[in-house]
Design a binder for this molecule. Sequence first.
Ligand SMILES: N[C@@H](CCC(=O)N[C@@H](CS)C(=O)NCC(=O)O)C(=O)O
Length: 269
Amino acid sequence: MKTSTANSLTLYTFAMSHYSEKIRWTLDHSHIPYREVRMTPVFHILPALRMGRRGQTTLPILQTPKRSIQDSTRILDWLIEHYGPLDVLPKTQLTQIRDVERRFDAIGKDVARFLYANSFGSADAHIIRLWTDYATPGQAAFIRRAYPLIRWAFKRKLSINPKRAALAQARITEVMDWLEAQLADGRTYLVGTHLTAADITAAALLAPIACPAQHPVYGEPLFAQSMAAAIAPWRHRAALQWVRRIYELHRGQFFSDLSSDQQAAKRSA
Ligand SMILES: N[C@@H](CCC(=O)N[C@@H](CS)C(=O)NCC(=O)O)C(=O)O
């Protein structure tokens, strides 16, 4: 592993973002030190536009000493270029891994749409808590006051309506069918014989539905309870059991949950 830039990576995320979790997990698993900045929705918009320079407001964004990279796929490209070959992105299986990555990235918006469609109106207090967990007091007060407007804007941006939610459910089911077909021969890993970015992407993108215990947001019993009815049709599917197993086997500790001494030790390792 090349380590010249290891001391100076900052990952901008939302705690609950599944695309952010894909990168956070890749960095954690690859022992690449970074600082995580968990952002507050709405207040992420200007920094994301400024850092991303692509007219887009999405997170994750990885800030490196030379530039900022927006979009999880582009971040993996950058990691391959600067830290490769990584154990989770072996050169010989890159094409297959990136195919799986594309397949699961493609349902990310559907997963978000499905979750919000099933929690706006019924679990608003919980959403406000998740959105304000890392906010300053002023930001939190703003989110609470403007919540109805933000929810409306969110619904518009993500096209959250019954028809699109049903379509999202169908697409997610399709991907679970595909995943189960891959696992039918008893394999643990989607590509090759050890954990790769294919598994990380699949598990991270389905974590909001699988609710693995190790996930700080989706593993919370309160979250699982608030989504229980919506998730019920999928709850026992082998695809979601696989997600929980991959988390159990490989998620390990979140870098941002280490004490500052532990983080410093990793940075200087
Ligand atoms: N293609 C992007 C998608 C990222 C994405 O959709 N992120 C969501 C959170 S899960 C986001 O930042 N939404 C807020 C926004 O679009 O302003 C990636 O792979 O990073």
